[in-house]
Unconditional design. Structure first.
Length: 319
């Protein structure tokens, strides 16, 4: 089947995603691209941070104008998606499509994407771009340096970021991925972090000026999509196109009580319990008494006591 269109797709592949299983997915997709007669340029990332650099390279060379943006198709997991978003300097010059191949796949879960890469390719080819919100997290690290990171799924401070950091450095994740149980690592490590984390007092300020004091805050997660952490539905009604963050905060709860309620978050039932709050706001400022882990789409490596998270409405063209 020959496609007569001259459009060229720019495909970024993270071959390390899902413990290397993405290489097999890419071979399948290459055959489908050839069968459909599509013109494409493929780029394989070589290590952490490389997807950001590849995205910058593609947009600077091939992103012409809003009328003719570079169409990038990404193969990877949520972390790879986060790397790409942080490589876009001009959102008018890119259309993003995504074929999930990771282990957590919270973005794909929210969109109900297929695990079949060929079905996802056909979906991309027959759909039209929609405008998605992009999150931005700004914070000062323990050395006094200011950082800004974007996200498409969620950004959190506290327990959820601690879990993400431990998962990212876990040897058991690779093993569980190989036997098809990659999502289980989030629950296993969450149980471990629950009893060893330190939960400080926190002040949370929303965009309308409302200020809340949260004693013994476990975490605050600003969500654009319903899921994070490999399937925890912390914000059941979160929408990626309403210009708002759904901020889930947990504080003042005994750890054994949290242990009992944590599984309910897999189904979005956790909001019925006291000490678990949900706020809808355009931005949120979080100040904690001591430094806490921070994540953006599960990517970690920073600590801070002062974090501002905001929603940038309709910034990304997604297809």
């Amino acid at each position: 089947m020959k496609n007569t269109q001259e459009k060229t797709y720019f495909i970024i592949v993270n071959p390390a995603s899902h413990s290397g299983q993405t290489r097999r997915t890419w071979r399948t997709l290459k055959a489908a691209l050839t069968e459909r007669g599509l013109s494409y340029r493929a780029y394989l990332s070589a290590g952490p941070g490389d997807v950001t650099l590849l995205t910058q390279k593609i947009i600077s060379r091939f992103g012409k104008s809003r009328e003719d943006p570079a169409h990038i198709i990404l193969l990877g997991g949520d972390g790879t998606l986060n790397e790409l978003i942080n490589g876009i300097s001009d959102f008018s010059k890119v259309i993003l499509s995504y074929i999930p191949t990771g282990s957590g796949n919270d973005f794909a879960r929210a969109w109900k994407f297929s695990h079949d890469p060929v079905k996802e390719l056909d979906r991309i080819l027959t759909s039209q771009p929609v405008a998605l919100d992009v999150g931005e997290t700004t914070f000062t690290d323990t050395d006094g340096n200011t950082h800004s990171r974007r996200f498409l799924i969620s950004s959190g401070i506290g327990f959820d970021a601690m879990v993400c950091d431990h998962v990212n450095h876990s040897r058991i994740k690779t093993y569980l991925n190989k036997i098809g149980l990659g999502q289980a690592v989030y629950l296993i490590i969450a149980l471990k972090c629950l009893f060893f984390g330190k939960y400080p007092d926190c002040t949370l300020t929303c965009a309308d000026g409302e200020t809340l004091f949260l004693k013994n805050m476990m975490f605050s997660a600003a969500m654009l999509e319903p899921y994070e952490g490999g399937g925890f539905k912390f914000a059941p009604k979160a929408s990626p196109s309403d210009g708002l963050l759904d901020v889930c905060s947990v504080n003042g709860l005994p750890r054994l009580f949290v242990l009992c309620t944590l599984p309910t978050a897999l189904f979005g039932w956790h909001l019925i319990f006291p000490g678990i709050h949900l706020y809808r706001t355009e931005s949120v400022h979080v100040e904690t008494a001591v430094s806490q882990y921070i994540h953006t789409d599960g990517e970690t490596g920073y600590f801070s006591t002062d974090v501002t998270i905001r929603c940038l409405k309709g910034l990304l063209q997604f297809q």
